[in-house]
Ligand binder design. Structure first.
Ligand SMILES: *Cc1c(COP(=O)(O)O)cnc(C)c1O
Length: 406
């Protein structure tokens, strides 16, 4: 009976519409990158510190800081490296406790451990954001906080900053998925002491790998610059107050997490694409969100009022749909070419905190666990057309109709 129904709906979908859009492929890198890459290959000038000034990495740092409205930027090998260096730059004592949201990517607690600190996980709610009561309760016991704006969902930064300022606790923003997002017209990543971004291929700017950190604090950035591998006097090639650097000469370990010129050459021409990617990504998200929201089975959590998002994916919760029906929903959508990730239900998911076995005992976080068991995630890159987006929402709606049919 149910098998028949599957076939009927699936056949109807096949008759009516063309195939599902590809939501995985990246956008082509702007053609302008080619000339610079060719020049670098021809000269072999790949190391950021070979040139005395204006290396592609140094230019990227200047442009990125200006774009975000920060005083300083340091480009590094990944966002994880940026998070690690941020904690090192804060000069926390060994085994310092660092609070992170329990809904984040495994790289975040890993960076905390890499920095010799101990992650303290805080509950997140059904809207994917930090539970402020739990945050406030844990704050007195931690020496630093990393706010992961997971999937670009901004937690209440007013509340977080006022709690942390009152406690004297430094805030690092993991803005890997928040490039282009604003909070009260301020760029995410400029609110905490340090903001960290990723250029890995699934983020808004794609260099395969890469990261960057921004700060207004010359001492923090100077320490991070030296530890990123500005050995000997290479720090003189960074436009940061030279007296901040001189203090740290030979005093800090060199972790060698630098970015290379080829990556910077691939990133720089994409900065100009950012406004379009933000605009189109937001429009795509809002279009699919509206279509799903009109149906009774989908709860698409709203943005917070001060937040302007820059999404490249959509997250939603199924309403009155049990675990078995959710599994049918996922498999129907997959047959139609749309992969829905339910964070807590796929094996070994790196965003499910109970899979972070390297932490030791799994913390008890019932609210985050319940959210992860039903939160659905679908990629929705900026390059999709509006009919691509409609195809995605049609498939999701047909899939839930199939799943709840008896
Ligand atoms: C991708 C991502 C990271 C890790 O970025 P890398 O550049 O791959 O190290 C960290 N946090 C969040 C929220 C991410 O989405």
């Amino acid at each position: 009976m149910q098998v028949k129904l599957d076939v009927r709906i699936a056949e109807k979908m096949r008759d009516t519409i063309i195939e599902a859009p590809n939501v995985y492929d990246a956008e082509p890198i702007p053609a302008g990158a080619m000339e610079e890459v060719a020049r670098l290959l021809a000269t072999g000038d790949l190391f950021r510190y070979t040139a005395t000034d204006n290396s592609p990495v140094a230019l990227l740092e200047t442009e990125f800081a200006e774009l975000l409205g920060a005083r300083y930027a340091l480009a590094v090998s990944s966002c994880s490296a940026a998070l690690f260096l941020s904690l090192k730059a804060l000069d926390l004592p060994r085994d310092a406790r660092v609070m992170i949201p329990a809904f984040t990517f495994a790289a975040v607690p890993s960076a905390v451990i890499h920095a010799g600190c101990m992650p303290v996980l805080c509950e997140c709610g059904d809207d994917y954001r930090i539970n402020l009561d739990d945050f406030a309760a844990r704050l007195p016991d931690v020496q630093a906080v990393i706010i992961s704006h997971m999937r670009g969902h901004t937690s209440d930064m007013d509340a977080i900053m006022s709690l942390c300022q009152a406690a004297g606790t430094p805030v690092v923003e993991d803005a890997a998925h928040s490039l282009g997002t604003t909070w009260r017209d301020r760029n995410i990543g400029t609110i905490g002491a340090i903001g960290c971004f990723s250029f890995q291929s699934y983020k808004l700017i794609n260099a395969g790998e890469g990261g960057i950190m921004i700060s207004d604090d010359p001492d923090l950035i100077a320490r991070a610059v030296i530890m990123s591998g500005a050995y000997e006097h290479n720090w003189k090639k960074h436009p940061v107050l030279q007296k901040s650097f001189a203090r740290w000469q030979n005093q800090l370990p060199l972790y060698n997490l630098r970015l290379n010129n080829l990556s910077a050459a691939v990133i720089r021409p994409q900065l100009a694409e950012l406004p379009r990617r933000v605009r189109d990504g937001r429009a795509n998200h809002d279009r699919v969100a509206a279509a799903l929201h009109a149906m009774p089975w989908f709860d698409v959590p709203q943005k917070l009022a001060p937040e302007q998002r820059a999404p490249d994916s959509i997250q939603f919760n199924l309403v009155n749909v049990d675990a078995g029906q959710t599994a049918r929903f996922v498999s129907f959508a997959a047959e139609q070419g749309i992969k829905v990730q339910v964070f807590g239900q796929s094996t070994d998911n790196a965003r499910a905190f109970w899979n972070w076995g390297f932490l030791g005992d799994t913390p008890d976080l019932p609210q985050t666990r319940a959210m992860l068991m039903r939160a659905c995630d679908v990629r929705l890159p900026a390059r999709l057309t509006s009919s691509d987006c409609d195809r995605v929402s049609d498939i999701l709606i047909a899939a839930v109709q199939d799943a709840v049919a008896d």
